[in-house]
Design a protein around this ligand. Structure first.
Ligand code: GLN
Length: 547
């Protein structure tokens, strides 16, 4: 039976709970334990799949096809443990389950209430997979005191109460604000947030205190005294240059030791931190820099492409260079010549996206990369745009486009080189969709296999011809155009095993032009950079050496 660490936040949001959870997971692994991380989100959306990236940042997709919070991306990047559908839950999903049970008559005529029906549903969820790891780390979104979070906190209180003593602990993150006028760190908000927890029957075992200034011992002692935690369980958390410093920094601050102490695990196994020392060495001792232009739509919000930004960093680490990613709004290229904007970049990446806005600009970016022989990585929509570019400018299909834009506009304006996928094979069964299906959870989602062409750029990068990558899209390149496009030099370098769905396209005669229908960025880790990103950055390094 796993030991549970519940991770909550107080005082303000955005304290880095996800990162602290992920780093703790990595540190427990470094001591030889197995871990699983889980996120409980209090919002009422059933999952973040239908939320705009502006609302919620990137949607992270698991192998088993769940659309989840981007914190699950951090968990995977730090622990390498593939997340599952059952590692992400929202109030919306919990209420939906409860209401479905009610409609089925499962509650036998009882009045349905938050306690016990909603809290029971949350506890059932917490218990799933409890035998799968030594530690289950459960992060609760939002801050203590939020109205929406209350059922989760109550469920956790009951859960801890019902388990054997010593099987669950609570780690609480807070902020120590600094008053420059008096030159002091203030502990009062932390005290209040712990009081708030206590008022709902919860008490922290470990307190992680974010601070922009060093926390003097006397303040640590004061926090320990007033918040009823042991002094060595008050862990300072300072700002870091890179998120990948977090495991080593939290280790130095004593976090993993404090957690093991709270469980009375003694003697604590010694940690092996080589993996993270190597990661930091690669980050800090990079030789040279490459510039990559990311031509996308949600450029104002870095979280919208979180995994891509991280995967590029990992690609840099694989080549011991720093990757400077710069975000360019695709719509600019609809008004202006791309050359002055793109010259000086060593590679171009066009990420995924939805809807027509900005797509003509992405097509022009793909054309520019193809013609100038600059490395191009097109991801999902970025691959579809590269195919449309080739269809229009090489194969003479001037009105080539995607059905996505026609369906949105309610008129047929394009030859649908990219069409709405209505039927495909998943494992041993067929999935079917209709254009008027509900939007939530109905895309082609999760891990699918692909077969790569021998000798292709991708096969070389992967070092093999069978891969499995995660998908999240509704539309697909139509193989009806394959011969015509291949006749013009577009290579269908990766296909679904049944040969029906194009997974990768490349341009023959171009040093590095790869469009992928899937999202490779989701599987990249700092200690295991994704092969496509590593090779893309390698190609960018080559360009940087030429100029
Ligand atoms: N909008 C496109 C589709 O649904 C691409 C999706 C994406 O880039 N993730 O197929």
């Amino acid at each position: 039976m796993a030991r549970y660490v519940f991770i909550t936040g107080g005082v303000v949001s955005s304290l880095g709970k996800g990162l602290a959870s992920a780093a703790l997971g990595a540190l427990l692994q470094a001591r030889g334990f197995t871990v699983r991380l889980r996120k409980l989100d209090p919002y009422l959306n059933v999952d973040p799949g239908t939320m705009s990236p502006f609302e919620h940042g990137e949607v992270f997709v698991t192998d088993d096809g769940a659309e989840t919070d981007l914190d699950l991306g951090h968990y995977e990047r730090f622990t390498g443990v593939p997340a599952r559908k059952t590692d992400s839950i929202s109030s919306g999903r919990i209420y939906m389950n409860v209401l479905e049970n009610e409609r089925r008559g499962d509650y036998l005529g009882k009045t349905i209430q938050v306690v016990p029906h909603v809290t029971n549903e949350i506890k059932d969820f917490l218990a799933i997979g409890a035998d799968d790891a030594d530690f289950m780390l459960c992060e609760i979104g939002g801050t203590v005191g939020d109205i929406e979070g209350l059922p989760f906190f109550e469920a956790i209180r009951q859960f801890i109460h019902e388990r054997p003593r010593g099987q669950c602990i609570l780690m609480h993150l807070t902020l120590l604000p600094y008053l420059s006028a008096s030159g002091e760190l203030k502990t009062k908000p932390t005290q209040h947030s712990v009081k708030e927890l206590q008022s709902i029957g919860l008490a922290p075992d470990v307190l992680v205190c974010r601070s922009e200034h060093p926390i003097p011992d006397k303040e640590r002692a004061k926090i320990a005294l007033f918040c009823n935690v042991r002094p060595d369980a008050v862990i300072p958390a300072y700002d870091l240059k890179s998120i990948y410093e977090a495991p080593l920094a939290y280790h130095r601050a004593g976090l993993d030791q404090a957690v093991l102490d709270a469980f009375a695990i003694s003697p604590a196994p010694r940690p092996d931190l080589k993996r993270w020392e190597d990661v930091m060495d690669r980050l800090e001792n990079a030789e040279g820099q490459v510039r990559v232009a990311i031509v996308g739509k949600y450029t104002q919000l870095e979280d919208a492409y979180k995994s891509i930004a991280e995967a590029l960093t990992h690609g840099g680490m694989a080549n011991r260079v720093r990757v400077k990613a710069e975000w360019i709004d695709a719509e600019v290229f609809e008004r202006e010549d791309p050359s002055p904007h793109l010259e000086g970049f060593h590679a171009i990446l066009v990420p995924g996206g939805f809807g027509e806005r900005g797509t003509e600009g992405k097509i022009r970016a793909a054309q520019w990369a193809r013609e100038k022989k600059i490395p191009y990585l097109g991801i999902c929509l970025g691959m579809q745009m590269a195919v449309i570019e080739a269809a229009r400018n090489l194969a003479g299909l001037e009105d080539a486009g995607s059905e996505e834009f026609d369906l949105d506009a309610g008129a047929q304006r394009f030859t649908p080189v990219v069409y709405h996928l209505k039927e495909w094979v998943r494992g041993s069964h067929v999935e079917a969709r209709r254009p008027d299906d509900a939007k939530g959870g109905t895309m082609r989602l999760g891990a699918y296999e692909a077969v790569l062409a021998e000798g292709s750029v991708s096969a070389r990068a992967y070092g093999g011809t069978r891969i499995e990558e995660r998908h999240r899209h509704r539309y697909e390149v139509d193989i009806a155009y394959r011969d015509r496009l291949e006749g013009c030099g577009l290579v269908f370098a990766g296909m679904s095993p049944d040969g029906k769905l194009p997974e990768i396209v490349e341009h023959a005669g171009h040093p590095w032009f790869v469009g992928v229908q899937f999202h490779p960025e989701l599987k990249s880790k700092p200690f295991a950079p994704h092969p496509l990103f590593a090779d893309f950055v390698r190609a960018a390094v080559e360009v940087s050496r030429l100029v």
